[in-house]
Structures are given as structure tokens and as C-alpha cells.
Design a protein around this ligand. Sequence first.
Ligand code: LLP
Length: 424
Amino acid sequence: MRQNFKVKSGNLFIGNIDTMDLVDRFDTPLYVTDERIIRDKIEKFKRSFPSADIFYATKANWNISILKIMAQENLGADVFSDGELYIALLAGINREKILFNGNSKTPEELSMAIKAGVKISLDSEDELFTLSEIITDDDKVEVFFRVNPGISVNTHPKIATGLKKSKFGIPTEKIIDAYKKTLEFDNIIPVGIHSHIGSQILDISPYKETMERIMDIVGKLEKIGIDIRFIDIGGGLGIPYNTEDEKKASNPEDLSSLITPIFEDRCKEIGIKPRLILEPGRYLVGDSTILLTRVNAVKDAYKKFIAVDAGFNVLIRPAMYDAYHEMAVANNMDGKVKDKYTIVGPICESGDILGEDRWLPIVKKGDVIVIFDVGAYGFSMSSQYNGRRRPAEVLVNEDKIDLIRSRETYSDIYGNMVIPPRLL
Ligand code: LLP
């Protein structure tokens, strides 16, 4: 939220940098990330879970420079596709600390994971069988199963993933049988268990039951001779996007006090010493990043519309989840709030609304609107819809400014298209 950032002479600063200098230099729309915020959040997470492994959920933001920060901080990675695996390895994330997740992996993705020597989380028995078909006698692969614990969480329904009806994981009552099937294969070794109950979780109480259910399963697995060395409870810790959220939000310390005692007590009871894994995405990167977008027009119609140059092609969260992102006028941060505006993008769809009925100072054409908390699932979910080039990304650290992704060119949009000779 805006309190992460300073204001000088009415302009918003990120690190020690005036956002107006950034838009002059790099143009808009522009994603800007404050590296120090990410490092602070990592530090907080590590302090709360000193003996756990943190596998950053790359899907939240997989810019290679962000992943390099994670690698420098010795974090592992949760990857969900061949592309995420590719870039995590390229960024130097330790392969020992990579878990290849996903509910619909292709044989090609599985063999890439085997070759890379990373652990695989299996989401179905079919996936186990595909793995057994492609693995060679010289390979050995360590697997987890993703269990669906049937837990409901208070978040947007599109991002609750541990519900009974969810597509992810194997239902609790079928999970032991799935593990038993691995015993048929000498080189597929079950070493862990995985679950992820959802995202943007502010009320963390469901993690308690999740941890208990997982430990019940682990107890049963040990009894049939399956040695669980990794227990992965997934990601999902939410961040405040507004003052209402702020009252409800939990931090990693709260999460740790809730689940670590259960984890430790039950492990002692069972007589095992597995490692605890967490897969935070949003918590580590969400509030580190702002989106700067230029006002092309202000229109007094049915409502007062502000038309900016970023739409759901650049930030899809408001359109997809009705997500709230705080906004302000980056070149008039001290201005008195005067009017209620609806901020819309340039996409040819009525649903291209970034923020509805927001109180702002008087806004004029040419102003720059800042959208806060876009570091997670911002650029990573962007698209080229309407033939729009995706924006640039900049990384700031105090006085340092680095371009970490160039704005796309037209050939980035059209470069892969092929014209058959008969149409030439
Ligand atoms: N682990 C697994 C297996 C996941 O599927 C996810 C997120 C995470 C970890 C990280 O969750 P986080 O800590 O970031 O909440 N696009 C949505 C969020 C989708 C989350 C998908 N899975 C949004 O913009 O809110």
C-alpha cells in the first residue's frame, strides 16, 4: 500500500527515485519494483520459519532478475510449467530446492523435470503412470503427491484451491492408495507430501486443520513404510490491499505460531524429522511493485471516467477477481481528494475497469496514476490482447535504477506469426 513509499514535492518516490523521472525515461505503462521491499519480506519470512525451506512461487513474478534475488537469498522455487522450470534454473535457483508442481503436466514437462533432477509433485495417479513410462533405468526421481485436504478458505472462489470440488490434488481418502502405487517402481521414490489451499488468505486459521490432516496422512504413510522427508504446506499468505484487509491480515510469524507446533509435535510423535516447505508468492513480492499509467483522457459521462494507458492486458486482477488495488495520482500525491472517478483501460471491453468510484484529487489528461501492490500476478498475468505491447519493468534499489524488461516491440507481438505462401 502507499505507506511503503515516500512523497517529495507532491511526487511519488520509489526507493530514492522520483517516479516522474522514471516515466520520462521509460514511458508508461511501467512496472517498478523496489528490491529492498522484497529483501525485507524474505527476511521476515526466514525469521519466522528459521528451519523451514522457502520455495518461492515463481508464478507470482518470474522476471529473471526477481528470481536472481530469490537465488541470492538461497530460496528454492515452486514451478508450475516447463517455462517456469527453465527460467528458475537459468536464474540459478538450486535444483535441490525446486518442486515441479502442476495438475496437468505433459510427458515432455515430466522428462524435463527428470533431466533437471528436480522433485516432482504428482497431482493424479495418471501422472505417476506417465512418469513410469518415460523414466529410464538410469534415472531416479523423488516425488510428492499433492493432497486435496478439502478445506475451505475465505478468499475469492477462483483462488481457493483446497476445496473438495477443486481440480487440484488427490482427495484425502484416496491419497494412501496413490502412495502405495509408487511402490511398484524402483526409481520413483515418494519423499514428500504437498498441499496448497489457496491464495490471498488473510484469515489463516484453515492452515491449522490442513497441517493436522497432512500429519494424519504422514502418520499413516510411515506405518506402511513410506518415509516422508518433506512436508510442503504450499503458499497463500495474503497481503493487505486496503485498510479493511490490514485489520485482518496475518504475517509469517502468526502462520508459524499456528502450524510449527503442530508440525513439530506430530513429527516427534511419529518419530520422523522431515523438512517443512512453504511456497509463498504474493507475500514476498506483492507490495514491492507499482504500476505507473498515463491518463489519456478524463471524460464526464455517466460517470467520471479516467482513461489510462494500462488495461486488463497489463493488470488483469481487477477484471478477473474484482480485486481492489489502491490508486493515487503519482504527480499530485498531496492534492486534496475532490472527486469520484472510475479508472478504465484502453481495451475494447466494458469489463476493462481497473478501479471503480475512487476518490482522487482533480485528475487531468497527462497525469500519471499509480496502482499499488502489483508485484504478484501483475506482469506475470499480462497479455498482448488488442495487439498491445507488454510494458517495461524497472528495478529500483535506493539510488539504483535498472531496466529488467524492455517494453515489447511490434515484432514481439507479430514475430511468431507465419504467412502461408498462398496468402502472400
Ligand atoms: N503454491 C502453489 C501450488 C500455488 O498454486 C500457488 C498459487 C502458490 C504456491 C503461491 O500462492 P501465493 O502465496 O502467491 O498466494 N492469480 C491469482 C493468484 C493465483 C494463485 C495460484 N497459485 C491472483 O492474482 O490473486
